[in-house]
Design a protein around this ligand. Sequence first.
Ligand SMILES: [Zn+2]
Length: 365
Amino acid sequence: MLNREDDRYFPFAAIVGQEAMKTALVLNAVNPEIGGVLIRGQSGTAKSTAVRGLTALLPDVQVVADCPFQCDPEDHRLQCAVCRERIAQGEPLPVIARPRRLVNLPLNATEDRVAGTLDITRALKEGVKALDPGLLADANRGILYIDEINLLDDHIVDILLDAAALGVNVVEREGLSVSHPAQFLLIGTMNPEEGELRPQIADRIGLEVEVAALTDKAQRAEVLKRRESFLAREASDFVKHYRPLQDQLRHTIQLAMARLPHVTVPANLYEAIAALTVKFEVLSHRADITILQCAKAITAVEGRSRVEASDILEAAKLALGHRLPHDPFVAGPALDPIALRRQLEKILDTEIELKKKPLTPTVNP
Ligand SMILES: [Zn+2]
């Protein structure tokens, strides 16, 4: 179970600092219902390193070996029409386990490249078999990574977000419609200096984290040293050195995935989430859902089965920032974590203890 280690990827556990980003990625891996991550920051802040590193931590998936959509052999909700039909005919499907894919979506990708190309003449008879699969098919049950999502064509972003919300890619051409499962973890990065993401789009992505360049001298020196070791000949030693921590993280993620369906939420915390979003004048209900799902994931990662007020607070910090009404003439983050904590304490009429340890075990200098 805990044997896979890919030397090409810089180990996730070796990334210095950037706790909010690492936490947001791990929580989404545990609970896809959170709805993805938007990582904001200048280039050179370990954003893509972290995303690639996350892939190596995820457990393999069982797929129908000869299906272009990598359907789940067991769960019929995650199957295309062809796989369902084969099962209905009593055909035993070939199954393999393979690592989750990391699919990069290039900025110049066309609608056909993303959603797939439909052969109209064949589609009427053959349905989804007439679709030449696109990137959404490749990304099914994996990670879809979009560097500089703020520069992507609005139309393509809409296709991605619709598929992400439904878990299905629907291709419609000339009155014909075919579909296939497309469940993926959406991770976008953006450099705010190159333009903002439309608020309607930002709202549709679960969490948002800000990554800043490290300002601590010791941390920056450590980044340099680890990079050198990874790129140098002793890379395999470097990867080996981080193996126990990587295994620990991998194990934590797997246990949390298994525990997640059993996590319960006390009734007063549902009300607290609603009171919080109303108080902060967040219009979209997606914020409430994301806070709830994120709090459940935090609970599962910490090995508990009941959500607590501090989980709601941590989840709200990750989910609310990009959804607050923002004054464009005021610089800096719209969300004040101290005000958030006070507000939640007031709503629940209790003191909330802050979490002391980061969720992701990493070695910092
Ligand atoms: Zn299939």
